[in-house]
Write a protein that binds this ligand. Structure first.
Ligand code: HXC
Length: 518
């Protein structure tokens, strides 16, 4: 028999060990995972990274708990696969929880591995992507597990605003586990996943309410109702696709500009834009039609699509340059700005500013939403977030007033005085403190009260107010609008302005950080 050299025997042992560890909690548990419509931690990584680029760290890591029968128990990679690879040629660090190992629960070693991967992102200035599939804090490890989570949250916060952080929720994400995603920039949740702080059983015990896990923390609950989630995916493959598309708009870190796509781009006028605004000012239209006509290849990646639908936010490119778009949506609640819309838009503006993505704002709003509920829930505080976010943003800011720009909402939607670099108005723009009827009621109250024919007088005086403010010429005369443009020229004008703003520099007073109303 041929003698096997020592090193050959060692290599064989290494291969066998690696193959066994790569199976995680074993074939049975992998089969269960697949039956539930989920991929494994490693399959997700395989889909995400460019072929043969993933370099793993900590495959051999193991838990070291001695309580509750855990002493000496194997926990392959301690239930989380970590490492670095390239996605469309750009480096990304990752952590991918392995539900087949103690339910992907987070113990001391598990959390230390996640933190190490995040710190690698910080050191090298590249994004961090976290695949979540976990039963939360590892119950057997008690305090060590909680401390581990604390370190994960702390590190999330260190990365915030320095490198993009994206969380994919691919399975359970319960208790403390939900707070790491909440500290990242974008959350993508699959239809197989649930996210909540306290599960149905605890809710039943505490409040007596009966609710299924799906209704409590399924993707529609967390996007439509809470606004925690930004994108819903049909399954793991879809979630990975969304994540890659999102990364394509983002720079590696806050010191870089977002990646500009080369190629030649059409800058012809689009005359169909002239037909978007209905003749009757009360009629709605879908602002996404305007967005798609302005951006490259009609390609718009909308975030939080079904949450606070009265405002639309998302990424697109104009002549290859990534931009963040914020637009009132006349089709939903007439495009009014309420608490949720303010939070949604302010968060998006903050993200764009942190990562050097120019902001294009399309305005058509009758104002902040009046009402007792909004006042009592704090529209003042929440509405102020939008004012703060736009004012603090130093990236190029371009605003186009399509139609209504009334009241505080005119100011909040990135007006000239919040340091917009350029404000355009379409000929259909109306810039005023409030709608003509409401304004006439207040300004001309005495005239209306003393008139014989009150309705006719009210109507006539409202018309007087409307004539003064229903065109953009008063606003342009006041220099709050830089230029009035034909709608068909919008893409051309924005593209030119963006190019001229590439060198924008803004000096701000030094401070630790501003205090956005929270
Ligand atoms: C240790 C856990 C675990 C956990 C699951 N497992 N969660 N082990 N700690 N937190 C183990 C199970 O014992 C089981 O082991 C395996 O993982 C798979 O779990 P199943 O229950 O069989 O799977 P499934 O039916 O799909 O249910 C998944 C689940 C459920 C919904 C996540 O396991 C569950 O409710 N787990 C507990 C969730 C929880 O309360 N977590 C603590 C949150 S408190 P075996 O050996 O049988 O395969 C928290 C505080 C942190 O996170 C605070 C920080 C601020």
């Amino acid at each position: 028999m041929e003698k096997v050299s020592k090193i050959q025997a060692q290599i064989t042992e290494l291969r066998e060990r690696k193959a066994k560890l790569a199976l995680g909690g074993g074939q049975d548990k992998l089969d269960k995972q697949h039956k539930g419509g989920k991929l494994s931690a490693r399959e997700r990584i395989g889909l995400f990274f460019d072929p043969n680029t993933f370099q793993e760290s900590g495959l051999f890591a193991n838990q070291r708990c001695v309580d509750f029968g855990m002493a000496g128990k194997e926990s392959p990679s301690d239930g989380v696969v970590t490492g670095v690879g390239t996605v469309d040629g750009r480096y990304v660090n990752t952590a991918s929880q392995d539900f087949t190992v103690f339910g992907g629960s987070a113990g001391e070693v598990h959390c230390a591995k996640i933190v190490e991967s995040m710190e690698a992102s910080l050191r090298t200035g590249v994004p961090f992507v976290f695949f979540n599939d976990s039963g939360g804090a590892r119950i057997q490890e008690g305090t060590y597990s909680l401390a581990g989570y604390g370190k994960v949250f702390y590190t999330n916060t260190q990365l915030s605003g320095v490198v993009p952080q994206i969380s994919l929720i691919c399975g359970p994400c319960a208790g403390g586990a939900a707070y790491s995603p909440a500290l990242t920039d974008f959350i993508i949740q699959t239809r197989q996943a649930q996210m909540f702080i306290t599960g149905p059983q605890v809710i039943k015990q505490v409040t007596g309410e009966d609710i299924t896990a799906e209704a409590l923390g399924g993707p529609s609950a967390q996007i439509d109702r809470s606004g925690v989630v930004h994108f819903v995916a049909e399954n793991d493959e879809h979630a990975v696709g969304i994540c890659k598309r999102l990364l394509s708009f983002l720079p590696n870190n806050n010191t870089q500009d977002p990646p500009v796509l080369g190629g030649s781009y059409s800058l012809e006028p689009d005359y169909s834009l002239d037909e978007v605004i209905p003749d009757d000012a009360k009629h709605p239209y879908d602002v996404r039609d305007v967005i798609r006509k302005i951006v490259d290849f009609n390609d718009f990646m909308e975030s939080q699509e079904t949450y606070a639908m009265n405002i639309v936010v998302g990424f697109a490119r104009i002549t290859g340059m990534p931009v963040g778009i914020i637009a009132n949506q006349p089709k939903h609640m007439a495009g009014v700005i309420d608490i949720d819309a303010s939070d949604k838009a302010a968060g998006f503006v903050r993200f764009c500013n942190a990562f050097n993505i120019p902001i294009v704002t399309l305005v058509d709003t009758p104002g902040y939403l009046p009402g007792i509920d909004q006042e009592h829930r704090g529209i003042i505080r929440h509405g102020a977030k939008l004012l703060f976010a736009y004012s603090a943003a130093t990236v190029p800011k371009i605003t186009v007033i399509l139609r209504k720009a009334y009241g505080g909402a005119y100011v909040a939607m990135c007006c000239k005085d919040l340091a917009a670099d350029r404000v355009y108005a379409w000929p259909s723009a109306e810039v005023a403190v409030m709608g003509a009827e409401g304004a006439a009621e207040i300004v001309f109250r005495r005239e209306i009260d003393s008139a014989e024919d009150k309705p006719a007088t009210r109507k006539a005086l409202a018309e007087t107010y409307r004539e003064r403010f229903s065109t953009p010429y008063t606003a342009a005369a006041a220099r709050v609008v830089d230029d009035i443009i034909e709608p068909n020229q919008t893409r051309v004008e924005i593209a030119k302005t963006l190019e001229g703003l590439v060198t924008k520099r803004t000096l701000r007073p030094a401070k630790k950080h501003g205090l956005i109303p929270l």
